[in-house]
Design a binder for this molecule. Structure first.
Ligand SMILES: [Zn+2]
Length: 279
């Protein structure tokens, strides 16, 4: 009897322990789930809802973003981006142009040089350097003689074409003909309309400016004055085409250039050549 009782007791304890263990293992997770039901399930639902939406979109976006970044980064233009196009007219000159090229190299900035044909003939080495250092060469006529070129649209065209021949003969096969022409004195005004039309019919783009450093407003305009003129005319323009000069008399333009560049950079501009512009 005693033995039977003992045996039963062992069985009972074993059952209790086993039940306890199973209960612990089986029930406890349920209880845990139940305890956090209120929040966990909701959270899980939220997550699953999010998971239904976010992973799909998220993956797509992630995938697209990755591709877009790789493929389109160089051409994506943020609406808020501002571009500055430094343009230097009336060179090349042996005294000033090389100094300007040195400064541009230091800042790793590419600019546009509107070159006069007859000066290119005199200083072919400087024209070559402009090209070799990645700047854009634009056409600023052969003679820069207002009387001559503005006597008739055909005269202007002949002057421009002659300059192109000079460029091609100096720069050789590396030369990629630029479509940009800058009229000496600018192409503004009704009187020059037939001249603008003639140039455009030949496939060129006549380009003026909307910002100045004022280096043509006197013989030796001081760097301080140039910075003021730049600040007055820049005015947060989205596409700033900045007129400057690299003829031999423009040493103060060289002296001012680093400060002008620093100011333009401080205003959040990206420098580029006109080739990269939307003009
Ligand atoms: Zn000029």
């Amino acid at each position: 009897m005693k033995h039977y009782f003992k045996k039963n007791m062992i069985l009972l304890f074993s059952t209790i322990i086993l039940t306890g263990l199973i209960g612990f293992e089986l029930i406890l997770p349920c209880q845990t789930a139940a305890v956090v039901d209120g929040t966990t399930i909701e959270n899980e639902l939220d997550e699953s809802q999010l998971n239904e939406n976010i992973p799909d979109e998220g993956l797509d976006e992630g995938g697209l973003e990755g591709e877009e970044l790789q493929e389109e980064e160089p051409i994506v233009i943020d609406e808020n981006m501002k571009f500055a196009y430094l343009t230097f007219d009336d060179g090349p000159s042996p005294k000033v142009t090389p100094q300007i090229l040195d400064i541009l190299k230091e800042y790793n900035i590419k600019a546009t040089f509107f070159v006069i044909g007859n000066l290119a003939e005199k200083h072919p080495d400087i024209l070559l350097r402009i090209q070799e250092e990645g700047h854009l060469i634009g056409n600023h006529t052969y003679s820069h003689n207002y009387k001559e070129i503005y006597s008739h649209p055909q005269k202007l065209m002949a002057d421009i074409e002659k300059t192109e021949e000079v460029f091609a003969s100096i720069l050789g096969t590396e030369y990629r003909r630029s479509r940009f022409v800058r009229f000496p004195g600018g192409s503004f005004g009704e009187k020059l309309r037939p001249f603008r039309q003639a140039v455009e019919e030949m496939g060129y783009t006549s380009i003026d400016w909307n910002v100045v450093n004022g280096d043509a407003e006197g013989m030796h305009v001081s760097p301080k004055k140039q910075l003021i003129r730049l600040q007055e005319t820049l005015q947060d323009k989205k596409e700033a085409i900045i007129l400057m000069h690299d003829s031999n008399t423009k040493q103060t333009t060289v002296d001012a250039l680093p400060d002008l560049i620093e100011y333009i950079l401080s205003q959040g501009y990206i420098f580029n050549t006109l080739e990269e512009s939307r003009f």
